[in-house]
Design a binder for this molecule. Structure first.
Ligand code: CDT
Length: 321
């Protein structure tokens, strides 16, 4: 059995505050149709694909932004996307802000089948930014105020393979890919909203594109999985968001990449069996991993320099030199 999928990375341009769900869903449906024209089995939309990236604003009253959250999925406004998926026979991945019936807020992504059925849900584990208003910033990054973290990185048996989901900042953490990789993940779907400007250290701004690809390409290679990284891009409410959505092979190579910062779909043939080239050779986990040496990865959060390790001046290391 060959396990070949056609996957579309459906990048979105900016969504502004005044854009309502109906307008946004129409854009998603247009991209889904582009995917269908390119014979896609699965189309991947970004993080928070139904709204602007509202955590860039502080509000003293957190409930002021409740209208950016979906209280059920699908709901009346998003149902047309599910219907279109079923009509076209194209599955999709979608990021959105979720509000549970008991009032918990998450940064969430779902996986939907070609029949429009919900296959899986993921809640962002690594929430970046800060918890409180920091007025010195050009814009805020208040995910840690507006969302609670998810507690699970899991995989789903779907689209002939083992699929995983992660959201934006999750992609910068090697643990994300490895935990998915240890569950046999063959295709990781990752939406993002990445401001090009990073207020705590603007020297990183010119490296935003490099870092984006660096983490996803290494995650793909080191775990023998495909990675699809999809942006909400462009100038959203005065904040420049990175584009460069891409489809990355288990070799770590970029196979397809968006060239604009607007609504754009690129697609690629994804051969899931190619994962075995890496999973069964160089990255044969069973054979080569040494978990007994990695205990600090799960027992420790921050850096702990072991007792007895002193930071010495270079001159002290080699007095003769
Ligand atoms: N949305 C998201 O997770 N964005 C982060 C920005 C990091 S800076 C606070 C990212 O990792 O791209």
């Amino acid at each position: 059995m060959t396990r070949i999928l056609k996957v579309g990375a459906a990048q979105l341009g900016p969504i502004h505050r005044e854009n309502n769900r109906k307008e946004v869903v129409e854009r998603l449906i247009a991209l889904l149709n582009k995917g269908a024209v390119e014979s896609c089995d699965l189309v991947v939309f970004p993080e928070l694909a139904l709204t602007t990236f509202f955590p860039r604003w502080w509000s003293e009253d957190i409930s002021e932004f409740d209208h950016f959250f979906e209280t059920e999925m699908p709901n009346q406004e998003v149902q047309p996307l599910f219907d279109e998926a079923e009509k076209l026979g194209v599955g999709f991945h979608l990021g959105y802000a979720e509000m549970t019936p008991d009032g918990h807020r998450y940064n969430t992504a779902i996986l939907v089948s070609k029949n429009g059925d919900m296959l899986g849900k993921y809640r962002k584990v690594h929430l970046p930014g800060h918890e409180e208003n920091e007025p010195w910033r050009t814009f805020q990054h208040l995910e840690r105020y507006y969302f609670e973290p998810g507690n699970e990185l899991k995989v789903f048996g779907a689209f002939d393979g083992v699929l995983g989901m992660a959201i934006c900042n999750d992609r910068r953490w090697s643990e994300t890919y490895r935990v998915l990789g240890l569950q046999g993940c063959e295709l990781a779907l990752i939406g993002y909203n990445t401001p090009v400007h990073y207020p705590p250290d603007p020297s990183q701004d010119v490296l935003a594109g490099f870092h984006n690809h660096l983490v996803m390409q290494s995650g793909a290679y080191q775990n023998g999985m495909w990675v699809v990284g999809v942006a909400k891009a462009g100038n959203e409410e005065g904040c420049d968001l990175l584009g460069e959505s891409s489809i990355i092979a288990p070799s770590g190579e970029i196979i397809a990449q968006c060239s604009t910062v607007e609504d754009e779909l690129v697609s690629a043939v994804v051969d899931l069996d190619m994962c075995a080239n890496y999973k069964e050779t160089l990255f044969d986990f069973d054979r080569y991993r040494r978990p007994e040496v990695y205990k600090s990865i799960t027992s420790q959060v921050g850096v702990e320099i072991p007792e007895g390790i002193e930071v010495r001046k270079q001159d002290d290391e080699n007095p003769e030199g």
